[in-house]
Design a protein around this ligand. Structure first.
Ligand code: NAD
Length: 455
């Protein structure tokens, strides 16, 4: 099939490359010229294992990138994978996605011989009849990959209709949703081996299109397919992430209790996870969850629920526990050293290992807390330092963990990169070897004062 993928970030680039690998011809559309230029040279705009190989195989053949929507109508289907950032009140900002949908609506209409500015109807074909154009546009399916709240599905329809210069009830372009569950750091692998596929469609035709498009993937995995309506599909995505975030906060709550009792939360939660009724994953306690999804999605679900008249108390508590963990880490550090004037190494800047993404990384509140308390911060991360430099330009960034530790009065671990587990003699170079581990990646050893956050 011929497909457009609008938005070439973490989700869009992975999706575009994997759809090309499945045999589709993919046009990746992004408004960012540098991103498009990089993609067309086979270079991934983000750090994601396996992505460069896929781009090397398919760019210039089945995959190309463009800043233009002009040829969008040549495709059978367009995925929308534009970012949905957070507003101050926690709700999602659908404006970037709506802007993309509007451009797409206009492009699909113009290709049918109508100017979107002419006031013409998307249902008006070259012969002026509504029915003729209905046939022209009806087959083009717009699939929302971005994470949007159920009520925002209507906003995407309205934006497409605005672009097409018609009322949304006259829009003849169907909108489906197909939420994405991939994890950064293993996005390509997750796309190839999903736990489930969720198709949110409002018609048999749209469902058939999604099933045809995903047929190669469905044939190569045993992943169950959930077929539902567009709004429920997005609610599944939010409920999924709310569940995972709440598991982490529950593990942190229990972990903080364990720490107060002098017990090891990992020993406790590993045993809890052996219960058949409880899946053991996401019980790793520590400095909390970050990234572009969990904090944003929990906040957006709470805001959308509030808007609909329900304030979810449990999700409020999930957020509160998560927000407090960086402070707990700093309190532990302060129980060993005077932070004011101290040189503190922050090991790990990415929100998790395997990615250069620093969005909502727990390193951010930790660094802010250290700077507020008068510390000199030396940050280190194998791939995310450049992104963090944009957030904290005046911080010192080390080229290695050993360099960050040298002469430091204390160290905190905020990302569980494997290489930190192998650090050994580097601790000998610290001025005072105090290590507060927020990720349980460093082993307790002689010669260092070691504090685990929940163990
Ligand atoms: P991102 O910020 O990495 O990328 C978004 C891209 O959209 C950028 O390249 C930007 O230039 C482009 N863009 C913005 N406006 C555009 C327009 N009008 N036309 C074309 N391109 C435009 O975002 P992301 O992390 O890939 O997330 C995308 C969506 O997927 C979000 O809704 C997010 O919540 C969801 N999601 C993300 C993940 C993840 O792990 N990152 C996982 C599942 C779902």
């Amino acid at each position: 099939m011929k497909l457009n993928v609008v938005g070439s970030g973490y989700v869009g680039t992975t999706l575009a490359a994997c759809l090309a690998e499945m045999g589709h011809n993919v046009s990746a559309i992004d408004i960012d010229e540098a991103t498009v230029a990089a993609l067309n040279q086979g270079s991934a705009p983000i750090h994601e294992p396996g992505l460069e190989d896929l781009l090397a195989d398919h760019v210039g053949d089945r995959l190309q990138a463009t800043t233009s929507y002009a040829d969008a109508a040549a495709a059978d289907c367009s995925f929308l994978a534009v970012g949905t950032p957070t507003n101050d009140d926690g709700s999602i900002d659908v404006a970037p996605l709506a802007a993309a949908a509007e451009m797409l609506g206009a492009a699909l209409t113009e290709a049918n011989g109508e100017s979107s500015n002419s006031g013409g109807n998307v249902g008006s074909g070259a012969d002026g009849s509504a029915d003729a154009a209905a046939e022209d546009t009806h087959d083009h399916l717009v699939v929302v990959k971005s994470t949007i709240t159920p009520p925002a599905v209507a906003t995407v329809r309205e934006a497409l209709a605005d672009g097409a210069s018609v009322d949304s009830d006259q829009l003849d372009i169907e909108v489906a949703t197909n939420p994405e569950f991939l994890r950064e750091g293993s996005a390509v692998e997750d796309f190839r081996n999903p736990d489930k596929l969720v198709f949110g469609t409002a018609s048999e035709g749209a469902l058939e299109t999604l099933e045809t498009l995903y047929a190669p993937l469905m044939a190569s995995t045993d992943a169950p397919v959930v077929r539902t309506d567009p709004e429920t599909a997005m609610m599944i995505k939010y409920a999924n992430n709310a569940t995972l975030a709440t598991k982490i906060s529950l593990a942190n709550d229990i972990g903080n209790i364990c720490k107060a009792f002098g017990l090891d939360a990992y020993e406790v939660m590993d045993a809890v996870g052996l219960d058949d009724r409880i899946a053991g994953a996401f019980f790793e306690s520590g400095v909390g969850y970050g990234g572009s999804c969990f904090p944003k999605d929990v906040a957006a679900l709470r805001a959308a629920a509030r808007e609909a008249g329900y304030e979810p108390p449990l999700l409020g508590a999930t957020t509160t526990v998560n927000d407090r963990q960086p402070d707990r880490l700093l309190e532990l550090l302060a129980s060993h050293i005077d932070i004011e004037g101290a040189r503190v190494a922050v090991l790990g800047l990415a929100f998790k290992p395997g990615t250069d993404d620093i969005r909502n990384s727990r390193a951010i509140p930790v660094i802010e807390g250290l700077l507020d308390r008068g510390a000199t911060v030396v940050g280190y991360d194998p791939v995310a330092a450049e992104n963090m430099r944009e957030r904290f330009p005046s911080l010192t960034y080390a080229d290695s963990a050993a360099e960050a530790l040298a002469d430091a009065t204390g160290a905190v671990v905020t990302t569980d990169w494997d290489e930190f587990a192998a650090l050994d003699s580097a601790f000998d170079e610290m001025a005072t070897p105090v290590v507060v581990d927020g990720r349980r990646i460093i082993d307790r050893r002689e010669g260092i004062t070691y504090e685990g956050l929940t163990w």
